[in-house]
Design a protein around this ligand. Structure first.
Ligand SMILES: Cc1cc2nc3c(=O)[nH]c(=O)nc-3n(C[C@H](O)[C@H](O)[C@H](O)COP(=O)(O)O)c2cc1C
Length: 440
C-alpha cells in the first residue's frame, strides 16, 4: 500500500486553503526546520535521496551543496513551475490542490540555503493555478509565515510569483533566469552553473515544484522514512501524469518501483486500455524521453532503470500509444512542437527541428523516399547523437529533447516508417485532426 506524500491532502475539501492545510499539521515541519541548523536540513535531504522531479533527476542536496558560502551576494531560490513538457501536468495539480505544501517546502529550502528571496516562475498559461498560488502566498504573509519574521523568528523571507509568457524554453533553468531578469528567454552557456552565477549574477538554486513539495514530509518524518519509500538511489514517491490510450488518464502518486505494465493495467491506476486495443509504444517521461516498446513494459518508472535503457524518467509524463496509433504522425506532432519552441539561438536546433518536421510530414503524407528516412536520422544526429544521452550539440538540452524521440522512434519502429514509404501513404488512414501547423 502506497503512503501518499505529495497528494495526501488533495481529496480534502478546501485543500488549497491555509486553514485546511494547517488543520492537517501543515507548517509544523517549518517550525521544526527553523529549530534546526541549516546544515542539518541539507544533511537530511541528502540522506533522503530526494532527486529533482523537473526532468534530469539530479540529487537535490548535491545541487544545494554547489552554492558558495560567504560571497556577500544574496542567494536566490527559483521554483520552476513552467511545466510545458508535453504529457506533463502534475505541478499544476500541486499548485491547484495544495499550494501551501509547496510554500512550506520553499520556506524550508530557503532557510536551509540562507536565502531570503524566492521566486516561483509559473507557466504563462497557468491562469487558475497562478491565482490559487497568489492567494496562498497572501495567506502566508498574513499569517506571518512569510515576511520579516518567519513564524516569529529572526529569519526573513519574501516569496513572489512571476508568470512567464508561455514559452517551453523558459522551463530550462537558465532561460528561466533570463526571463525572470526581464530578458528574452535564451539559455545561458554552462558553466558557470546557476548555483554559482544565477539570478542577477548571484548564487541561485532552481528546483521543480514537486521536488520542493516533498520537503515538509522529509523534515516531519525524517530522511530514513522518505528514503525507504523509494528505491536504493531515489527516495520518496513520484507523481505520474498518465495520458493517451488508457481508461483512466490522470495524475497518480506511485512508488518508484511501479512498472509501466502496472501503471497502465492496475484498476486503481490506468485501469487498462480501451476495449480491443493493445500497447504499441509508451513515452516514459515527457515527449522528449526516448520511446519504449510493448516488450519493455516491465521496467520500473525509476530514474536509474530507465537511464540504463537509454531513456529517462524525465518529468513523469507517461503517454500510452495503442496499435491504432500512427507513430509517424505522432512523431511529426512532437517534432512540430520542438520546431515551434526552439528559441533559435543554436543553429543545429533552429534549423534542424523544422527540418525534422518537414521530413516527417513528407513521409506521413506518402511522399517520402528511403533517402528521407536516412536524412531524418542524419538531421537528428547533427542536433544530438543517440546514444548516449546528454551530449547534444546545442547550448541547452532542448536540442536533445527534439532529437531523441526521432532517434528512438525510427530505431524501434523502423518498419512503420518504411511501410509509409513503400505504400506511398499512411497505412493508418486520414488523421481526424488533419494536417496543420506552421512547421508541418
Ligand atoms: C527545454 C527544457 C524545458 C524544461 N522545462 C522544465 C519545466 O517546465 N519544469 C521543470 O521543473 N524543469 C524543466 N526543465 C529542467 C530544468 O532545466 C531544471 O533542470 C529543473 O527545473 C531543476 O529542478 P529539479 O532539480 O528540482 O528537477 C526543462 C529543461 C529543458 C532543457
Amino acid at each position: 500500500m502506497l503512503t501518499p506524500v505529495t497528494t495526501k491532502n488533495w481529496s480534502r475539501p478546501g485543500s488549497h486553503t491555509l486553514e485546511v492545510y494547517r488543520s492537517g499539521g501543515g507548517y509544523q515541519a517549518l517550525t521544526k526546520a527553523l529549530s534546526m541548523a541549516p546544515v542539518q536540513i541539507v544533511d537530511e535531504v541528502k540522506k533522503s535521496n530526494l532527486r529533482g522531479r523537473g526532468g534530469a533527476g539530479f540529487p537535490t542536496a548535491m545541487k544545494w551543496g554547489f552554492v558558495p558560502k560567504g560571497t556577500g551576494k544574496p542567494i536566490y531560490l527559483c521554483v520552476n513551475a513552467d511545466e510545458s513538457e508535453p504529457g506533463t501536468f502534475k505541478d499544476r495539480y500541486i499548485l491547484e490542490n495544495d499550494p501551501h505544501m509547496l510554500l512550506e517546502g520553499i520556506a524550508i529550502t530557503a532557510y536551509a540555503l540562507d536565502c531570503h528571496r524566492a521566486y516561483v516562475y509559473s507557466r504563462g498559461e497557468f491562469k487558475k493555478p497562478s491565482a490559487i498560488l497568489d492567494a496562498a502566498i497572501r495567506e502566508a504573509y498574513q499569517a506571518g509565515i512569510f515576511g520579516a519574521k518567519v513564524l516569529g523568528t529572526d529569519y526573513a523571507l519574501d516569496v513572489h510569483q512571476v508568470r512567464g509568457a508561455g514559452a517551453y524554453i523558459c522551463g530550462e533553468e537558465t532561460a528561466l533566469l533570463e526571463s525572470l531578469e526581464g530578458k528574452k528567454g535564451w539559455p545561458r552557456l554552462k558553466p558557470p552553473f546557476p548555483a554559482v552565477v544565477g539570478l542577477f549574477g548571484s548564487p541561485t538554486v532552481v528546483n521543480n515544484v514537486e521536488t520542493l513539495a516533498n520537503l515538509p514530509a522529509i523534515i516531519e518524518n525524517g530522511a530514513d522514512w522518505f528514503a525507504k519509500l523509494g528505491t536504493e538511489k531515489s527516495g520518496g514517491t513520484r507523481l505520474i501524469c498518465l495520458s493517451g490510450s488508457v481508461n483512466r488518464p490522470g495524475v497518480y502518486e506511485c512508488s518508484m518501483s511501479t512498472t509501466f505494465r502496472e501503471l497502465i493495467f492496475d484498476p486503481q491506476l490506468g485501469g487498462g486500455m480501451p476495449e480491443g486495443r493493445r500497447v504499441k509504444a509508451v513515452i516514459p517521461g515527457g515527449s522528449s524521453a526516448p520511446v519504449l516498446t510493448a516488450e519493455e513494459l516491465d521496467l520500473p518508472m525509476e530514474f536509474e532503470a530507465l537511464k540504463a535503457k537509454q531513456t529517462m524518467a524525465g518529468s513523469g509524463g507517461v503517454i500510452v500509444m495503442d496499435d491504432a496509433t500512427c507513430l509517424v504522425r505522432s512523431l511529426w506532432r512532437v517534432a512540430r512542437f520542438y520546431a515551434e519552441e526552439s528559441c533559435g539561438q543554436c543553429t543545429p536546433c533552429r534549423e534542424g527541428t523544422p527540418w525534422q518536421a518537414r521530413l516527417l510530414r513528407k513521409i506521413e503524407e506518402g511522399r517520402g523516399e528511403q533517402a528521407d528516412l536516412e536524412m531524418l536520422v542524419q538531421v537528428a544526429s547533427s542536433i544530438a547523437p543517440y546514444p548516449p544521452i546528454g551530449l547534444g550539440n546545442t547550448i541547452c538540452p532542448l536540442g536533445d529533447a527534439a532529437a531523441l524521440p526521432v532517434h528512438s522512434f525510427v530505431q524501434k519502429f523502423k518498419l512503420e516508417f518504411q511501410s509509409h514509404i513503400a505504400q506511398r501513404k499512411c497505412p493508418f488512414g486520414d488523421s481526424p485532426w488533419g494536417h496543420f501547423g506552421a512547421f508541418g
